[in-house]
Design a protein around this ligand. Structure first.
Ligand code: NI
Length: 241
């Protein structure tokens, strides 16, 4: 196994649409070696997820941690080949994302909170999973890589922040609205006056239960600080995808 070099923003491989993995080649030693190398690279970088284009291989292959590191540190990452995502909800979750290919930055992205993933596993067998919360965000981030999309393309650019500043000042969302002003019409955006999630260092590892309990309008109030959750993605270990 080998630790692979990660492509950074600006490398064209991150902007191309990746090709499906031919199913008959999934069991090839070269494909299996790539999967093993990606898993090792993910672990070495303490990332939350990794898509093959991030290691200069334009194939539709992702390795993904499904839970924040603090919740399930021993959990094996999921190997996802030729994924298809179906949105199962209109509820949006807003969180600060980071990316191994865009180092040291974080920005707020709204994602669908409930998706179905259909894909092949590393044995070439089809599987289907419904994912919510953190895992739903993570899989959307990684699948975007397969289409040449980076989270900064979906990010509210006003929230884009260096990681050090995010840790110091917290998320910037609260600076954009005065208390009592109208909510942002965009679904899942932050409710006026809601508590900015950052600053405390107490990460909410999974925004879903809180967001769901309170309804869509409070989804942004559940903006995780993310500083110790994995893909959702601000600070500590396994913080980038
Ligand atoms: Ni990424």
């Amino acid at each position: 196994m080998a630790i692979l070099r990660i492509a950074r923003m600006g490398h064209p491989v991150l902007r191309q649409v990746a090709e499906p993995v031919p199913p008959e080649r999934i069991l090839d030693p070269s494909t299996q070696a790539l999967i093993d190398d990606m898993l090792q690279t993910l672990a070495d970088y303490e990332g939350a997820g990794l898509a093959a284009p991030q290691v200069h291989v334009p194939l539709r292959l992702v390795v993904l941690g499904l839970e924040p590191a603090s919740a399930a540190p021993e959990a094996e990452p999921l190997v996802i080949i030729n994924p298809e995502l179906t949105f199962l909800s209109q509820d949006m979750l807003r969180s600060y994302e980071g990316c191994l290919s865009v180092p040291d930055l974080r920005g707020a992205v709204n994602r669908v909170g409930h998706v179905r993933l259909d894909a092949l596993d590393r044995q070439g067998q089809p599987f289907s999973l419904e994912l919510e919360g953190f895992a739903a965000i993570a899989v959307q981030h990684e699948c975007d890589h397969l289409d040449g999309v980076l989270y900064i393309d979906r990010c509210d650019l006003r929230t884009l922040t260096f990681l050090d500043e995010l840790r110091r000042f917290g998320p910037l969302d609260s600076h954009f609205r005065k208390p009592g002003s109208e909510p942002d019409p965009e679904p899942g955006s932050e409710e006026p006056g809601s508590e900015p999630a950052g600053g405390s260092g107490d990460a909410e590892p999974d925004p879903t239960p809180q967001a769901r309990a309170a309804g869509r309008s409070a989804a942004a109030a559940a903006v995780p600080d993310l500083s110790s959750s994995s893909l959702v993605m601000a600070g500590g270990p396994r913080a980038e995808g």
